[in-house]
Design a protein around this ligand. Structure first.
Ligand SMILES: [Zn+2]
Length: 277
């Protein structure tokens, strides 16, 4: 798919699962489970979806998946199934820029790996890594609320990377604009790719799946619900007004969609759009 100057290719690094209750916060199960049924352990299926953006000179990778530094026990708990057949066009050595939406393990786990001696290594050693300064700070001093999501094995190796820290709304490369949002975790950033007709919005954990489009459907993991709701409303109003293509990072069934307001007055999917087309 082409968005403006960029060829956009989705990559599904892995599938995994998380507790459905945690994923929908204060929304009762009899509401959320209609859209996304839970398994026998109350978990729902999720994926780690990334995007590759290429313009002929640079190759950007938005988020790097959950990574492979997991024990057998952790793989079972999270149901981690790594994708061994990654799409064409993806070779770690060709990535010039990594954009990390935030450093939670299901977004940044693939930034490092263990070599045969067990030492941590950067997966993209020559890439520039773009991140909000506030998230870099948060990751090194997490609160009790999201400490379990920031793992030292993903944070420490980044001290050796070419880190490009930014703050707020920044055009980090031509037609790639990052937007800081703090409700999910301080210094998260969603990504806007400007297009000719309509932009692409990579929503990250502001709206992790299409089932999280209704305003009140947000995660129990969010550190500040009130902030998140304001940020989400702003995002969705823009998405509707600009006919943006919204990409859902964790949705196993719906890669992306145009969004609208349904007959109940809620935000929802207007039209699913497969990214591979
Ligand atoms: Zn997150």
């Amino acid at each position: 798919m082409k968005i403006g100057r960029y060829t956009v290719t989705p990559i599904q690094f892995a599938s995994f699962r998380l507790d459905g209750g945690c994923m929908f916060g204060s929304v009762p199960k009899n509401l959320w489970s209609k859209g996304i049924p839970a398994d026998s352990e109350n978990c729902i299926p999720l994926v780690c979806r990334s995007l590759v953006l290429q313009d002929g000179s640079r190759t950007f990778l938005i988020d790097v998946g959950i990574g492979d530094k997991w024990s057998e026990k952790q793989r079972a708990i999270y149901g981690i199934d790594l994708n061994s057949e990654l799409q064409d066009g993806y070779k770690p050595s060709t990535v010039t820029d990594v954009i990390l939406t935030h450093l939670h393990f299901d977004h940044a786990g693939g930034i490092s790996y263990r070599d045969t001696a067990g030492a941590l290594r950067l997966r993209y050693p020559s890439a520039t890594v773009h991140l909000q300064a506030a998230n870099w700070q948060q990751a090194q001093n997490p609160t009790p609320k999201d400490r379990a999501s920031y793992l030292a094995e993903n944070i420490d190796p980044l001290k050796e990377a070419k880190l490009m820290l930014c703050n707020g709304v920044v055009e980090i490369a031509p037609d790639i604009v990052v937007h800081r949002v703090d409700g999910h975790t301080p210094g998260q950033q969603w990504i806007e790719i400007r297009g000719d007709a309509a932009p692409l919005f990579f929503a990250t954990d502001l709206i992790p799946t299409s089932h999280h489009l209704p305003l009140a459907f947000h995660m129990g993991y969010d550190v500040c619900a009130e902030t998140l709701l304001k940020e989400k409303l702003h995002f969705l109003e823009r998405a509707v007004a600009e006919n943006a293509l919204v990409v859902f990072q964790h949705d196993a069934a719906t890669e992306a969609a145009r969004v609208g307001i349904n007959e109940r007055g809620q935000f929802g999917v207007r039209e699913k759009v497969p990214l591979s087309s």
